[in-house]
Design a protein around this ligand. Structure first.
Ligand SMILES: Cc1cc2nc3c(=O)[nH]c(=O)nc-3n(C[C@H](O)[C@H](O)[C@H](O)COP(=O)(O)OP(=O)(O)OC[C@H]3O[C@@H](n4cnc5c(N)ncnc54)[C@H](O)[C@@H]3O)c2cc1C
Length: 397
């Protein structure tokens, strides 16, 4: 058996073009965006124009058709430059376009997916509520029948892109008694519907360019055509999107780890103490070696999982149960390890920078603040460990 982990010439060309674009269009705006805590409209617009908001979406639906591997290649490059932009792309693509691509009818794809993939509209994904975080099946936002359609009422929390989104994938309880199993439905909701309002926007430790908004739905009326997938099967829709999100989060973390390691390498070769560059000291060398090992290991995990998702395809109706649970276990492993290794690598890079690493405005200080959330969102790492442990107990290793 031969397992190759190398990009095709087309994938390499895509990566090189993305890298050059991001250096030119995104890198220059990041420090000011972070300081002003502003959504980076101009650079997001440029990324949308280049098609970077529809990378894994097939060309027939307005995307670049590069699959999950292509998407991860881009997020790895973006992760080297800025985490806020990574979350903006991820909330839109992993969490916004996946439900439409995997569960949407042809009509829903034409109406919602095509403009989103072309970068004409921005999407968000709204599962979390004040009383329902890790216990995400315990949704309190209600979906009541209203004529042929539905009326949605409730408060959603911590929605990335929530302030700017044109449309939001909203999870609501069609039958609160049933919970995750039959009681939650996914809706695609136009943010301009009467009764839909953006509430408080959070001030955060990091990710200053990405909005994190409360959404208030007050009897928002939507037609039957707003339901994604089947009534009562919304939890599957959400979990499918999160599986894609968790692997792409791994790719963004991989990029962040490389930027932090590169910065530590350069700094350690320039900074002299006790008459020698600090890179000459074995303690520093061991830190650098540990950082490189984690990058090496994570690269394999991310691209293997991404290529498994490409092989599995985008039609959940043809997936067997085994394929589903393997995909979910693999995504949980990638997300958990990637986020913890990213925190460790960035922390060690900051340590190597000494006092300078703690000074506001240095890239490593920003990376340190930005990285921490990856252990929490898209399902906390405690929940990822529960996912892995439950599957282990059910099926073994
Ligand atoms: C910046 C940011 C962006 C976000 N973006 C989005 C978004 O776009 N869309 C969206 O829907 N949500 C989003 N979220 C929400 C995020 O996914 C949740 O915060 C996360 O899932 C955790 O939920 P919680 O905050 O309610 O914590 P809780 O669920 O209350 O957890 C608190 C602690 O208890 C632990 N815990 C809970 N249950 C168990 C258990 N059974 N066993 C062991 N430990 C447990 C958790 O791991 C955690 O450590 C975002 C959050 C932030 C901060």
């Amino acid at each position: 058996m031969t397992i190759e982990l190398s990009f095709s010439p087309d994938q390499q060309a895509f990566r090189d073009a993305a890298r050059a674009f991001l250096e030119k269009e995104v890198a220059p705006v990041v420090a000011e965006m972070d300081e002003r805590e502003e959504f980076p409209r101009a650079s997001v617009r440029r990324m949308q124009e280049e098609g970077y908001f529809g990378i894994p979406v097939p060309e027939e639906y307005g995307g670049l058709g590069l699959g999950k591997v292509g998407y991860c290649i881009f997020l790895e490059e973006l992760g080297k430059v800025d985490a806020s932009h990574g979350v903006i792309v991820g909330a839109h693509t992993s969490l916004g376009t996946t439900p439409l691509l995997y569960y949407g009818t042809e009509e829903q794809k034409r109406r919602w997916l095509v403009p989103a993939a072309k970068g004409e509209t921005l999407l968000a994904f709204s599962l979390t509520e004040p009383g329902s975080g890790s216990d995400s099946g315990a949704v309190h936002t209600v979906a009541e029948r209203a004529g042929d359609g539905w009326s949605l009422t409730g408060t959603k929390l911590y929605v990335s892109n929530g302030r700017e989104a044109d449309a939001v994938i909203v999870m609501a309880a069609n039958d609160p008694k049933l919970g995750a199993n039959g009681g939650v439905t996914a809706f695609v909701v136009d943010a301009n519907r009467p009764g839909f309002r953006v509430g408080r926007c959070e001030k955060k430790m990091g990710l200053h360019g990405s909005s994190t908004a409360e959404l208030v739905l007050d009897h928002v009326e939507v037609g039957a055509e707003a339901v994604l997938g089947e009534v009562g099967k919304g939890f599957h829709v959400a979990m499918t999107a999160l599986d894609v999100g968790r692997v792409s989060l791994g790719a963004a973390s991989l990029g962040g780890m490389q930027a932090a390691t590169r910065a530590a390498l350069e700094f350690s070769q320039q900074r002299t103490q006790f008459g020698l560059p600090i890179s000459e000291y074995e303690v520093i060398q061991f830190k650098l070696a540990d950082m490189a090992m984690k990058i090496h290991a994570l690269r394999g995990l991310v691209y293997l999982a991404a290529s498994h998702q490409d092989t599995l395809g985008t039609d959940p109706k043809v997936w067997g149960r085994l394929a589903r649970v393997e995909k979910t276990r693999e995504a949980a492993i990638v997300k958990c390890l990637a986020s913890e290794w990213a925190s460790e690598v960035i922390d060690e890079s900051l340590q190597i920078h000494g006092g300078l690493g703690y000074i506001r405005g240095t890239p490593i200080e920003r990376a340190y603040r930005d990285a921490r959330i990856s252990e929490i969102f898209e399902g906390t790492n405690e929940i990822q460990r529960l996912v892995v442990a439950r599957d282990l107990l059910a099926r073994g290793l």
